[in-house]
Design a protein around this ligand. Structure first.
Ligand SMILES: Cc1ncc(COP(=O)(O)O)c(C=O)c1O
Length: 354
């Protein structure tokens, strides 16, 4: 397993200037209670808090602030927003490449679908949200970044009752992009399969990602680059933040049938682009169907698809080679098509920064 940037924030990557846990324990066992701070002291502490990973935080819009900040220490949410304490919200992550938001309209459409699924009405129109996103990217000043949009139930109180929140919240943050390292694409990655995690609302990109968090943790603990979860019938579903597709023995590109996965924007786009590979004779077809674990074990090729990853070839399955153990021609060709689409197809993206 190579060190994906997924380990960001771990001690090896960022030597955190926090005290050792033993020091915290000693502090906690001291009899003096924490001080009650006046506003100035609290603000000074917030400003001076060590937060090295915040170097990546470029700009944030908050409906709570009704504006944009580029100061990471101000990039916070009210604790009584139900998204914070109940996970009551939905989100999107959109890639901005060379100043253009890739597949922006498709991400907005999915955000609206997710919001409808939890009866959350966006507080602004798609056009207004586009204006906010463009302003955030501009304030961040980086043409290559990741824009996350969080649509929350909003500040209210601390119960589970969504009706106690008068106004939904909206938070957008632009951060630096961290794709996997180049060797992940030239050598491929390892996946493992598990039935230990159940996705309760797979089609909704909700802020309840605990199953996805547990899936990621399981992958890291087992030494896999990625773990793939199964649906309730034991068929292939998806990874913690990525879809899977494979090239079957008949030379068809196949992705799991809709229903038990999040319909990835990258997956949808790649399935459309792959039709060109059918025309070129590299693929025999493109399909959605129920995929078993055996289908993955016997696949010619497999690949992971997602906004951060693009097309990431899979070459190992739980320690054994998948296919011939090399990056396959379809993953390579599809990766190139997607990159072309991202960089050179103006119809597939929305301008944000010149
Ligand atoms: C559970 C899950 N599946 C699939 C994906 C891939 O979707 P997209 O291609 O839209 O990034 C994501 C993205 O974060 C995800 O969270």
């Amino acid at each position: 397993m190579y060190a994906l940037p997924l380990t960001r924030g771990m001690p090896g990557r960022h030597p955190l200037p926090f005290p050792h846990p033993a020091v915290y324990l000693a502090l906690m066992s001291e009899p003096t209670p924490p001080p009650v701070l006046d506003d100035e002291q609290a603000i000074a502490r917030l400003r001076s808090r060590p937060r090295p990973w915040a170097e990546d935080y470029l700009a944030m819009y908050s409906s709570w602030l009704e504006g944009i900040t580029t100061s990471p220490w101000l990039m916070s949410l009210p604790l009584d927003d139900h998204m914070v304490h109940r996970g009551d919200g939905v989100f999107e992550a959109v890639k901005c490449v060379a100043g253009r938001l890739y597949q922006w309209e498709a991400h907005l459409a999915r955000l609206w679908r997710s919001a409808a699924a939890i009866a959350l009405r966006p507080p602004l129109s798609r056009q207004e949200l586009t204006r906010v996103a463009v302003a955030v990217v501009r304030a961040g000043g980086h043409p290559d970044c990741l824009v996350r949009i969080f649509l929350s139930r909003g500040p209210g109180g601390f119960t589970t009752n969504p009706y106690e929140c008068p106004t939904p919240g909206l938070y957008l943050i632009a951060t630096r992009l961290h794709p996997p390292p180049p060797q992940a694409y030239t050598q491929g990655v390892e996946v493992g399969i598990t039935s230990e995690v159940i996705f309760p609302l797979p089609g909704v990109k909700s802020c309840n990602y605990l199953p996805n968090v547990l899936l990621k943790r399981l992958a890291v603990d087992r030494g896999w680059d990625f773990a793939i979860g199964l649906d309730p019938d034991g068929n292939l579903a998806e990874g913690s933040t990525e879809n899977i597709a494979l090239v079957d023995r008949g030379g068809r590109l196949v992705a799991p049938a809709p229903g038990h996965i999040l319909e990835g924007i990258t997956l949808t786009r790649c399935l459309a682009l792959a039709r060109r590979l059918v025309d070129q004779g590299l693929l025999q077809g493109v399909e959605r169907r129920v995929l078993s674990v055996e289908d993955l074990r016997t696949a010619r090729e497999a690949m992971l698809l997602g906004t951060t990853l693009d097309v990431l070839p899979v070459t190992r399955l739980e320690g054994r080679p998948l296919g011939d153990g090399q990056v396959g021609p379809v993953a390579r060709a599809l990766g190139r098509l997607l990159e072309q689409d991202i960089r050179h197809n103006p119809q597939a993206s929305t301008p944000a920064l010149d």
